[in-house]
Ligand binder design. Structure first.
Ligand code: EPZ
Length: 434
């Protein structure tokens, strides 16, 4: 397993570019299941979850081409013939977002067999709301042997109210509703930019969707969808991670190729902390030249402060003067990074869904363990300001959602390198047969 070795202390200076949003590319790839014609996606990030989704679709019989070289951020997916509308446990257990194929498969093939994702490091991650939404559209759902089996002759439009706001639940049911007979209205939907981006693609494919990005979405079902070309939006969480890195290291960093209007809650919070930022339409410049002061933060669904930025904010809070109270409202177990930061010298106490961070505490380098995607990003941030050389293990977590993170950070002055697993030296002594 690869590790990242980071020597802290360098301010990040210059321009760092943001890749396409993993959490927009995943539903967009699933949407290709809804048509027999090719879907071309641009600005797809080269991260592990995209490769996992490619395998998932290929296993069903789809032709999936991940571009390389100059076209390296383009993928072309053609689901003309689907031989098995199934998502196996082997793949789903590595990526929960695989459940995004459930809605499209039922809508396109009339049946689907998808492994229940099981929990993950940050929480139980049930998909009961996905299932309820599909049942409202007329699917009959059976759960056994750890799989969800869904069937429907033809889905029928319905009025749906989500009990809780769910991002992939909204996306799953939205995709299914595009091919349902009649009209669907979905209430209490997720308003994340990734939902709106998916609706943009679906409308390019011939769907009739209005209101995506708000909490009420109207869909007029159609009989068929056709091929389309679509550019994935920039990754707002990768952008936010780099913005925090610039603030934390006292740098002057231009985070380019992002959508500042997707970062409102973060930029407002950073202002409270005393971080100076300036933005144009597609870039944010962060100047970490002033002292950081503590500010409480509460994670909420979009447009509130994103849970996917909570761990990164905690790293920043360790360097802010005063006490920051961080409340995690979305997931029940998303503080695992805290103990690793405490090992580096941070002063953090967990009380249920709240983390009390007392700063400013100098951090010292340590060997730490990544537990999930955003926790590993926060440990990279902590290592960038820790005194000495840190080693972050289980870096495959970070590779799920950050494209070439060490190259990008090295390009703006970070002392960071990746080391592969040291393979045991092969014995050179010739085998002596007895
Ligand atoms: C999406 O996950 C993102 N993943 C997550 O990003 C993100 O943290 C999360 O939304 C919240 O913003 C993708 O988009 C691929 P939810 P999702 O359904 O859709 C509960 C990352 O780091 N819930 O909005 O799985 C759930 O347990 C990842 O990139 C149910 O109870 O999250 C949670 O408490 C991590 N029943 C809350 O709702 C359901 O059927 C929000 O979950 C579905 C969800």
């Amino acid at each position: 397993m690869d590790k990242l070795v980071i020597r802290g202390g360098n301010p990040l200076l210059g321009t760092i570019r943001v890749s396409g949003a993993k959490n927009a590319a995943l539903p967009a790839m699933a949407a290709a299941l809804l048509t027999e014609e090719p879907i071309i996606l641009e600005n797809v990030p080269q991260v592990r979850d995209i490769e996992t989704t490619r395998k998932l679709l290929a296993e069903m019989g789809a032709d999936v081409e991940l571009g390389y070289g100059r076209a390296q951020h383009r993928t072309t997916i053609c689901c003309r013939t689907l031989v098995s509308p199934e998502a196996s446990y082997e793949l789903v257990k590595t990526m929960r977002a695989s459940t995004l194929v459930l809605g499209p498969l039922v809508a396109r093939c009339g049946r689907a067999r998808v492994s229940l994702p099981g929990g993950c490091a940050i929480g139980a991650r049930p998909i009961d709301l996905h299932i309820k939404g599909l049942e409202r559209l007329g699917a009959s759902i059976n759960q056994e042997h750890g799989y969800v089996e869904a069937k429907a002759e033809r889905l029928r439009g319905a009025e749906i109210v989500f009990d809780k706001i769910t991002v992939t639940g909204t996306e799953d049911v939205l995709m299914a509703a595009t091919l349902a007979e009649g009209d669907t209205v979905m209430h209490n939907c997720a308003r994340e930019p990734e939902v709106a981006d998916l609706a943009d693609l679906l409308n390019k494919m011939g769907a009739h969707i209005e209101g995506a990005g708000t909490s009420t979405i109207h869909i007029k079902g159609v009989d068929k969808l056709h091929g389309a070309k679509h550019r994935i939006i920039p990754d707002r969480i990768e952008a936010g991670t780099f913005i925090v890195a610039g603030a934390l290291t006292g740098g002057d960093l231009n985070v380019a190729g992002c959508e500042p209007r997707h970062l409102g809650a973060l930029l407002q919070k950073l202002l409270e902390v005393g971080v100076r930022t300036a933005h144009t339409t597609d870039a944010v410049r962060v100047m970490g030249d002033g002292p950081l002061k503590a500010a409480d933060m509460v994670t909420e669904e979009y447009p509130g402060f994103p849970t996917d930025m909570q761990a990164q904010y905690m790293a920043l809070a360790t360097q802010a003067e005063g006490t920051s109270i961080i409340t995690e409202n979305i997931f029940e177990n998303r503080f695992m990074h805290a103990q690793e930061m405490v090992r580096m010298g941070a002063n953090i106490r967990i009380e249920g869904s709240r983390a009390i961070v007392r700063g400013r505490t100098p951090l010292s380098a340590a060997a730490v363990l990544a537990s999930d995607l955003r926790a590993s990003a926060s440990l990279v941030l902590a290592a960038l300001v820790a005194e000495g050389e840190s080693i972050i293990d289980r870096v495959y977590h970070i590779d799920r959602g950050y494209e070439h993170i060490e190259e990008k950070l090295k390009g703006v002055g970070a002392q960071i390198r990746r080391i592969g697993e040291m393979l045991p030296k092969r014995s050179v002594a010739p085998m002596v047969r007895a």
